[in-house]
Design a protein around this ligand. Structure first.
Ligand code: HEM
Length: 222
C-alpha cells in the first residue's frame, strides 16, 4: 500500500492534498472516544454511511429490477426468491432507507438543539433542508417500485396530498403521475427520479454541505 502511495505521490504530488484533508483533528466535544455524549455529533456521518450503503445495494437491485407495470412486481419477486443474496440485499435496502431517514432526523435535532444552525452556519442549515427533502423523496419514490397494492395505493394517496398544495398542486400531481392516473408513466417517472434525478441532487447538496462543514469547522459546544 505504502509503495503504491509513494508511486502515485511521486507522479501526482498527492501529499499536500492528503495533508489538507487528513490533518484536521476532531475537537474533544465532538469525539465520542473522548466524550461519550459526543456520539450525537456522529449522526451526520452515520447518515452518510447509510446513504453509501443505499447506493451500493440500490446498484445491485437495479441489475434485476424492471420498471414496467408488466414486470416490476415479478422482477422484485425474482430478486427476493431466486437471485443469490437477493432477499438480503433487498432487506438491507429497505431497512437502510428507514434508518437513513431516522438518522437524518436525529442529526437535524442535534444541530437544532446545539444551536449549530446559527450564524455562520445558516446556509448549511438551508442545504440540510434540501438534503432532508431529497432523502424523503428517495423514500417516497422508492415505495412505488415494487408495484404491489400497498405501493400503488400509498403513491395514489401521496400524490393526492401533493395535489392539495395551493396554486401549483394540480400541476405537480400531473407531472408526478405523468397523466391523470397512477400508471405505467408514473412507475417510469418514479424510477427515474429514484435512480437519476435524486442521486444527482444529493451529490450536489452533499458536496455543498461537506464543503461548508470543512470551511467553517464543527460548531463549539453551547
Ligand atoms: C443526507 C443528509 C445529511 C448528511 C449525510 C449530513 C452530514 C453531516 C455531517 C457528516 C456533518 C458533520 C457534523 C455531524 O455529523 O454532526 C454535518 C453537519 C451539519 N449539518 Fe448535516 N447532514 C445531512 C442533513 C442535514 C439536515 C437535514 C440539516 C438541517 C436541516 C443539516 C444541517 C447541518 C449543519 C447546520 C451542520 C453543521 C453543524 C455543526 O457545525 O455543528 N444536515 N452534516
Amino acid at each position: 500500500m505504502g509503495r503504491i502511495y509513494a508511486f502515485l505521490d511521486d507522479r501526482l504530488n498527492l501529499e499536500p492534498l492528503v495533508r489538507a484533508i487528513a490533518d484536521h483533528p476532531v475537537p474533544d466535544h465532538a469525539n465520542p472516544l473522548k466524550t461519550p455524549k459526543a456520539l450525537m455529533y456522529c449522526f451526520g456521518g452515520i447518515a452518510f454511511m447509510l446513504i453509501l450503503l443505499q447506493i451500493v445495494t440500490g446498484m445491485f437491485l437495479m441489475l434485476y429490477y424492471v420498471p414496467s407495470p408488466d414486470h416490476a412486481y415479478a422482477s422484485v419477486t425474482y430478486i427476493q426468491d431466486e437471485v443469490m443474496f437477493g432477499s438480503l440485499v433487498r432487506a438491507v435496502h429497505r431497512v437502510g432507507a428507514s434508518a437513513a431517514i431516522v438518522m437524518v432526523f436525529l442529526h437535524m435535532m442535534r444541530v437544532y438543539f446545539t444551536g449549530a444552525y446559527k450564524k455562520p452556519r445558516e446556509l448549511n442549515w438551508i442545504a440540510g433542508i434540501f438534503l432532508l427533502v431529497i432523502v424523503i423523496g428517495f423514500g417516497f419514490s422508492g415505495y412505488l417500485l415494487p408495484w404491489d397494492q400497498k405501493a400503488y395505493w400509498a403513491t395514489t394517496v401521496g400524490i393526492n396530498l401533493v395535489a392539495t398544495v395551493p396554486l401549483v398542486g394540480d400541476f405537480l400531481a400531473n407531472v408526478l403521475r405523468g397523466g391523470s392516473e397512477v400508471g405505467a408513466l408514473t412507475l417510469v417517472r418514479f424510477f427515474v427520479i429514484h435512480v437519476m434525478f435524486l442521486p444527482a441532487l444529493l451529490l450536489v447538496f452533499l458536496a455543498a454541505h461537506f464543503f461548508m462543514i470543512r470551511r467553517q469547522g464543527i460548531s463549539q459546544p453551547l
